[in-house]
Design a protein around this ligand. Sequence first.
Ligand code: FA5
Length: 349
Amino acid sequence: MSADAVELVAEIEELVSGGTQALAGAADLDALAALDADLLGRRSRLGLLKASLRDLDDDGRRAVGAALHEARRSLEEASATRREDLRSAASAARLAAEALDLTEASGRARVGHAHPITRTWEELEDVFVGMGFTVASGPEVETDWFNFEALNLPPSHPARSMWDTLYLDAGQFEGVGGEQLLLRTHTSPVQVRTMLRAVEEGSGPPIYVVCPGRVYRRDTADATHLPVFHQIELLVVDRSVSMADLAGTIETFTKAYFGRELTSRLRPSYFPFTEPSAEVDISQPDGTWLEVGGCGMVHPNVLRACGLDPEEWSGFAFGFGIDRLTKIRHQVEDLREFVTNDVRFLEQF
Ligand code: FA5
């Protein structure tokens, strides 16, 4: 492991011990929420370290990634413990001071926390960073080329109907150059952007990235569909990777995120950008299966469109629905609950 990585791991350990002490000493729930943001928020030192993983070698990335995952876990635990303590102390004090206050239950301090989908997004990033992946992102407004064509879906390909697309009329913007713009229907265009960038910059392959993000479809909302939802894409490009590596990665992820008791299965399916392709189901606590994503071996045409030689490189990819993963993890009946913003629902998380 490089000296840089050793230093980063030591820094993370210090952040955890300092952070744990600070959390345990938080004077009230507002102070605790501020500390949570400082220690765990996107712009926290831990957040910045996650973004800098790409500069490390493979061993370093794995070690620092695992340390980041562990750090987040123990700081979240310390925060939850303090929150409970403060809540019961606040509740006891209020009871003592206002012995006749029958509104105590509804009057207790409400401190915000991240939305359950945001939490899943961050936990998924942590799980994959712990497995040695770096995090990439791409724009939500995409061109037709990135969302479809480079993914082996030329204009008028019949499989385009798999994604009911929201197109943008960008005619009034100068400089867009006649390209058809749309709201991306999946996170797969980030695969294309990542491969093109790696080739252009000469930084890869090998490529090991995950790309979480918001996506849009003209889908009618129901228990398992939302018109605006979230996916996490994973892309590996290396020499001679196989479908067995893909299945192994999905199973490792399932256990890391859901715990030992849940498992995954692959069903043969069709996506134009992978060959072979499969649908991924995850067992639900009630014994049924819910489809959470698609996956497969990156199609040679996609590698070619990104300037990679399919004789030399092979890859696998998957795209999972983050909202569906959250639904399974927390046994939520209906995805629409996540967007109606009923505080009684959100408070449970
Ligand atoms: C795709 O979007 C492919 N890009 C996935 C992929 C990536 C395949 C890489 C191969 C390689 P699909 O349309 O099946 O596939 O969507 C993937 C997942 O997104 C679904 O399994 C589901 O979990 C989630 N999803 C799809 N539509 C919705 C929706 N309207 N609301 C919530 N989740 C959805």
